[in-house]
Design a protein around this ligand. Structure first.
Ligand code: ADP
Ligand code: ASP
Ligand code: MG
Length: 416
């Protein structure tokens, strides 16, 4: 079996969906298992809807209307003759979603987020599945929540592998093409969960692992994994081959082309990952597999914006030792913040943090009574793998450097 994953960019409009069909027709879809994520930037649109549901109810219907109009435009374009079946399905989902919102009494933002944002994936896969059937690519729609079992850490759920393996064995067959959602799962109480933003790549890897797939292909709007994000760098080089370890490192430091959790399951079973362009089918793309670290060997640039550089020192100039450090980490962990860099000296301890859930103020309150705190918000963390003197100069010459850390393969620089 082969696993294909099409992300939001590939199905951002009706032509995108037609192109997915073209890709399947050209490369073949026998023994393929298909994971498709939400259309375009719909997950962001759903995030706004949830914000409105909690904090800004008067704008709520504007967001619902936008989401509805977006999907309907695609449906109207794709199904020029017979709409009824797909409209009924999409309307059914809309009703289910609004019913949930009316009945819901929970103020747990993360719980509600997962119950709602998951509809973006359901709408998308319903539409793509119906369109493919319509044009003769026979397929079955599968609710991925029957397959991916997780714990109840909403918005960042952890997969229960034993149950997931069992469910995938029960629900996946190779008789017909199956198409399912990325990013979402279900906990033991039958609530919907999500695996973290951009988690559909990970979903593809979970299926590949459980199905012992021959390979995974994630179809992107770029030629493959490049040595820098083309949205921020003018000149980029395609990485033709990289090892799992190199890909894990790049994803870990923030190369957003692959979700960081995707690689481990594939590496465990030696399943190659191809990152290919859905626009340019002739291009070879990137192969991630065992072996050669990186080819061609060029510096790789990764930028994480919107970071917080936090420096902590003791109030009485005593050393920052293990006990303080573990206490600090506990507090950071409690606030669900992510540490992207650590630097320690005798009396101070610096961390570069990502505050996805906007908990920094709470962290400050808990730290300020015990430590002296200094922080810079809105800084950027630049990472260069396989750096050269010239590549470091490029960053240092044009920016104010707040912190720099060098290891053999990697340099990290925090700039204002
Ligand atoms: P998907 O449609 O699967 O969700 P994403 O938008 O998440 O795709 O990922 C593709 C995008 O990742 C590209 O358009 C590109 O801007 C960005 N990107 C960031 N870093 C890299 C990199 N090193 N190589 C290629 N693309 C990258
Ligand atoms: N739709 C989800 C997101 O945008 C998952 C994904 O696309 O991978 O985060
Ligand atoms: Mg994405």
């Amino acid at each position: 079996m082969r696993v294909f994953k099409f992300g939001g960019a590939s199905v951002k409009d009706a032509n995108g969906v037609r192109n997915v069909a073209r890709v399947l027709q050209e490369v073949g879809y026998k023994d393929v298992f298909l994971v498709v994520s939400a259309m375009g930037k719909m997950t962001n649109a759903f995030e706004k809807l949830i914000q409105a549901y909690f904090y800004n109810t008067e704008t709520f219907s504007v967001h619902v209307d936008k989401i509805r109009a977006y999907h309907y435009e695609i449906i109207n374009d794709l199904f020029s003759v017979d709409h009824d079946a797909i409209i009924n399905q999409v309307e059914g989902l809309f009703t289910e979603m609004t019913q949930f919102m009316i009945k819901n009494e929970s103020r747990d933002y993360n719980f509600v987020y997962d119950q709602i944002v998951s509809y973006a994936e359901l709408f998308s896969t319903k539409i793509v599945s119906a369109y493919l059937n319509d044009i003769g690519i026979s397929n079955d729609w599968l609710d991925v929540r029957n397959c991916i079992a997780t714990n109840s850490d909403f918005r960042d759920a952890t997969v229960n592998w034993d149950r997931t393996k069992q469910y995938i064995r029960d629900y996946v067959n190779d008789e017909n093409l199956q198409i399912t959602q990325g990013f979402i799962g279900r906990d033991a109480h039958l609530n919907t969960t999500t695996l973290g933003r951009e988690g559909s790549d990970y979903t593809a890897a979970i299926f590949a692992y459980c199905l012992n797939a021959a390979d995974v292909t994630i179809w992107k709007d770029v030629d493959g994994v490049l040595n820098a994000d083309p949205r921020h760098f003018e000149e980029t080089t395609l990485l033709v081959r990289i090892s799992y370890t190199e890909a894990i490192e790049l994803a870990f430091y923030g190369a957003s082309v692959i979700h960081p959790k995707t690689l481990q399951p594939l590496q465990k079973k030696d399943i190659p990952l191809y990152v290919k362009s859905f626009l340019n089918l002739q291009a070879k793309g990137t192969k991630v597999s065992k072996g050669e670290a990186i080819s061609p060997e060029v510096p790789c640039f990764i930028v994480k914006n919107n970071q917080i550089l936090l420096s902590i020192s003791s109030l009485d100039f005593s050393f920052i030792v293990e006990r303080n450090i573990s206490e600090i980490f506990n507090l950071i962990h409690e606030q669900r913040m992510k540490v992207n860099l650590i630097q320690n000296s005798a009396i101070s301890f610096s961390v570069c943090l990502e505050d996805k859930y906007e908990n920094f103020d709470k962290l400050l309150v808990s730290l300020e009574s015990r430590f002296k705190i200094d922080f810079h918000k809105g800084v950027a963390l630049h990472t260069i793998r396989h750096f050269t003197a010239e590549s470091i100069d490029r960053i240092e010459q044009t920016n104010k450097v707040l912190l720099k850390q060098l290891t053999q393969e990697t340099v990290q620089i925090v700039i204002e």
